[in-house]
Write a protein that binds this ligand. Structure first.
Ligand SMILES: NC(=O)c1ccc[n+]([C@@H]2O[C@H](COP(=O)([O-])OP(=O)(O)OC[C@H]3O[C@@H](n4cnc5c(N)ncnc54)[C@H](OP(=O)(O)O)[C@@H]3O)[C@@H](O)[C@H]2O)c1
Length: 348
């Protein structure tokens, strides 16, 4: 008898659009890796804000429900499909998954696998791909941040915010961060130079005060709506606004179509026209890592650099909290209640 057939894997499903309680752990037969794939025994899965928007029915890229979400895992390879060398078995790795990462076992193509450097835990590994690839693309690849420039990072206490802060400080830039007040002391210790609670104060006014009227060279903004308009106004000449999400769409824990329409109405549909951009010497750009699968080779180059920086202590994933699979709903509440400083993980 093939013993492995008796093994079942556990996955966390979004059963339907709704509050965190729609998440459900289900069992399924152990998957077999296809040609070119490896099978991972997952030790930690990353939770991302996109999973939350997906759960609320606000993320168009999510496959139809019911669905297992999840973009990233840390773990160990225990089987390989045809065409993959056997010596991959037993290696500690991190991986990007195109959904399906909320599971204790997942099969992915070898090209999405990165070997973990010695000493890196599975939890740290699961905290790297989405947050650090996104931060790298925003700060380095498209944002072109330079020494002595100033970057305004929204949601500085989130996974991307902390990753972007570490990269920006390494470059030698000044960081202004927005976050809920309770996070300020810890974020200051993590390297953010100036902090603004954007729900209590007007970040545009405060940014002007902090920069003595000049504005900032780079903004990372995944809040969206009105925030992009204000950000564009507070860019210094040659400044760039990087837009990479719309957290503001998650105004509650369930989909709110009226709120969504109001948010769409507040988008800067007309501010960023070619003449305005040219005359203001400003730039705007967008980032969506989930639409970059065709550039996996470039992402592998970024990963090489980021893992090197991990070795130098520059890249230091901060784990806010790990939740067991059975408490996946609590993990989503934790983020939506704005409690996290750093990455939230699910552990089997
Ligand atoms: N385009 C891409 O490729 C890409 C990749 C990764 C992430 N993202 C986007 O980047 C943003 C941050 O992601 P992340 O993984 O760093 O976040 P995270 O770790 O899940 O942190 C979320 C934090 O965002 C802040 N926030 C802002 N608006 C919020 C809202 N309406 N509801 C709840 N929290 C809100 C909260 O902190 P404060 O209260 O302190 O502000 C919260 O703690 C998200 O919008 C995400 O979709 C985009």
């Amino acid at each position: 008898m093939d013993n492995r057939k008796a093994i079942v894997m556990r996955q966390i499903w979004i059963t339907k659009a709704g509050p965190p309680e729609v998440l459900e752990v289900r069992e399924a037969p152990d998957p077999e890796p296809k040609s070119g794939e490896v099978r991972i025994r997952v030790e930690a899965s990353g939770v991302n804000f996109a999973d939350i928007l997906g759960r609320m029915g606000l993320y168009p890229d999510l496959p139809p429900m019911p669905v297992v979400p999840g973009y990233e895992v840390g773990g160990r390879i225990d089987a390989v499909g045809s065409g993959v060398a056997n010596d991959w078995v037993g290696r500690d790795i991190l991986a990007v998954t195109r959904f399906g990462g909320y599971a204790d076992t997942v099969c992915v193509p070898l090209i999405q696998i990165f070997v973990r450097p010695p000493g890196m835990s599975a939890s740290q590994a699961a905290a790297i791909p989405v947050n650090y690839f996104t931060a790298w693309q925003l700060v380095v690849v498209m944002g072109g941040l330079k020494r002595n420039e100033t970057v305004l990072i929204h949601s500085a206490g989130g996974g991307v915010g902390i990753a972007a802060t570490q990269i920006a400080k390494h470059i030698g830039a000044q960081v202004i961060g927005t976050a809920s007040t309770a996070k300020h002391a810890e974020l200051r210790a993590l390297g953010v130079d100036q902090l603004i609670d954007y729900r209590a104060e007007d970040f545009e006014t405060r940014t002007r005060e902090i920069t003595k009227g000049r504005g900032v060279e780079l903004i990372l903004d995944a809040v969206g709506g009105e925030s992009w308009k204000k950000g564009y106004r507070v860019l210094a000449p040659t400044g760039r606004l990087g837009m990479f999400g719309i957290s503001a769409a998650a105004s509650g824990k369930e989909r709110n179509m009226i709120g969504m329409l109001a948010l769409l109405a507040r988008m800067p549909w007309f501010q960023f026209n070619p003449l305005a951009l040219m005359n203001a010497n400003k730039g705007v750009f967008g980032v969506n890592l989930g639409h970059l699968w065709g550039e996996i080779d470039r992402q592998r180059e970024w990963a090489d650099r980021l893992l090197e920086l991990w070795g130098q202590g520059v890249v230091k994933p901060k784990i806010a909290k790990s939740f067991p699979f059975a408490e996946a709903a609590k993990a989503h509440h934790f983020i939506q209640d704005r409690q996290n400083i750093g990455k939230v993980l699910l552990v089997p």
